[in-house]
Design a protein around this ligand. Structure first.
Ligand code: FAD
Length: 411
């Protein structure tokens, strides 16, 4: 497509000398007059000779109210003297100055001005005028400060947290961390985040790789880190992602998103030790109870067995007596002297059998345990902890290196 013709009067100039010579003077004036920036032209002592419409809009002063007055009319008198001294030192060396000044509007309200002052040098090489341009940056400054304040607030909250927090980029480089995380550096090594991520990977397997690929959050996982010559340490670790829009100028119209991984690491070694001690205590109490019940069972069963012998003998004797009484000759039919002891014996045997049944009923049952998922690693660890003193007493050393993955069985 052909480009539209450039009007002759706006065509770019070939050399610096005649730059702008084709632009009519009134165009310069109109451009300055209509510019969005507050523009003023002063003499060499900063007395205002000209102010454009934006200057009037921003300061509230009409043109005639400022002409002849020094630019200091705008000063709120809180900008440090040093700033003005450096401003003047710079422009008197015929160099442009740019900086922030606290200005006052006609209505007395202050605003923060981003001011640029350029010396206008005459043909004789002397500064004849100054060109001042400024804009109200109060709101920009307020937002910048607000962001800085929020940053500081977030940093102090993160720093004060009792949990180690670390922010990683997608290459797993640390961008931000807090005091608790720094403590882990001393304890675990150079980059604890990498050690923790590796442990999470080992425990979660493919789910971890997918979570990283798809930027999915990782719910808290308990992981154990073994360190040489020190007891193992337990951590509860969770990860969450957040997305940032790139702030570079090149991505202004084509936004790029970056992902950051926020890792929170809470040491739970103390809790784990307490849980372990509790588990071992209840395990040894359970074993002791089982042993007590077993010995009670054996004692009662033995007693029942022991009593059954004499009772059986008595039963046989009673049977024999019964039989003898039933076959007595007719002449002795009126002799009832043997019936009473036989009856008493039978009653005694009956009572004894009832007592024996009661005793038998008191023998505790062999309890059947319910089936559930059991982590063999934990069971073996607990058993080793319980039996280590007796194993060592017998000169038996057991080397136990369980894998990080739980080895569960139903039992
Ligand atoms: P003063 O006590 O008069 O000056 C403070 C210090 O500034 C002095 O100690 C001295 O070191 C230096 N100084 C002041 N005047 C001169 C001078 N003529 N020559 C050499 N050194 C000098 N000021 C604002 O507050 N807001 C503005 O928006 C602003 N815009 C300006 C635009 C232009 C184009 C120029 C040239 C100056 C502008 N100034 C502006 C500066 C202004 O002219 C005053 O210097 C400033 O306001 C301080 O004045 P003061 O009366 O408060 O303090």
């Amino acid at each position: 497509m052909a480009k539209p013709p450039v009007p002759h009067e706006l065509k770019p100039q070939a050399s610096t000398e005649d730059r702008g010579s084709n632009v009519p003077t009134h165009l310069f004036r109109q451009a300055v007059e209509q510019a969005a920036l507050a523009i003023s032209i002063t003499d060499a002592r900063a007395n205002i000779l000209y102010a454009n419409a934006a200057f009037q809009r921003i300061t509230g002063y009409g043109q005639q109210e400022v002409i002849g007055h020094n630019e200091s009319i705008l000063s709120y008198h809180v900008t440090p003297k040093l700033v003005y001294e450096s401003l003047w030192a710079q422009i008197q060396r015929q160099r442009p100055w740019n900086g922030l000044l606290v200005n006052k509007r006609k209505d007395g309200n202050r605003y923060l001005a981003d001011v640029a002052i350029t010396p206008v040098v005459g043909e004789e090489g002397l500064t004849t005028h100054y060109l001042g341009m400024h804009r109200d940056v109060t709101e920009v400054h307020r937002l910048e400060r607000q962001v800085q304040n929020q940053m500081q607030l977030i940093e102090s909250v993160v720093d004060a947290a009792q949990v180690a927090i670390v922010l990683l980029d997608e290459q797993k480089s640390v961008l931000l961390d807090n005091q608790e995380y720094k403590k882990l550096i001393g304890a675990l090594g150079k980059e604890p985040a990498l050690i923790i991520l590796a442990a999470l990977h080992e425990q979660m397997g493919d789910a971890f790789t997918k979570a990283l690929e798809k930027h999915r959050n990782i719910a808290p996982h308990e992981i154990c880190i073994e360190t040489t010559n020190r007891p193992a340490r337990w951590f509860s670790c969770a990860a969450s992602w957040f997305e940032e829009h790139d702030v570079g100028a090149d991505t202004f119209y084509e936004p790029i998103h970056r992902h950051y991984l926020l890792l929170t690491i809470q040491e739970i070694s103390e809790l784990k030790h307490q849980q372990e001690a509790l588990r071992i205590n209840s395990l040894s109490a359970l074993l002791a109870e089982q042993e007590r019940i077993q010995s009670l069972r054996e004692t009662l069963a033995g007693a029942v067995y022991q009593l059954e012998g004499p009772l059986n003998m008595l039963s046989s004797a009673a049977n024999m007596l019964g039989r003898r009484l039933s076959i007595q000759p007719a002449s002795a039919s009126h002799d009832t002297s043997g019936e009473l002891p036989a009856k008493a014996l039978e009653d005694a045997i009956q009572k004894s059998r009832e007592a024996l049944d009661t005793l038998r009923a008191c023998i505790p049952d062999q309890s059947t345990e319910s089936f559930q998922e059991i982590d063999l690693n934990k069971v073996i660890t607990d058993v080793l902890k319980l039996t280590t003193p007796s194993l060592l007493g017998s000169n038996i050393v057991v080397e136990w290196l369980p894998s990080a993955k739980p080895a569960t069985v139903s039992g």
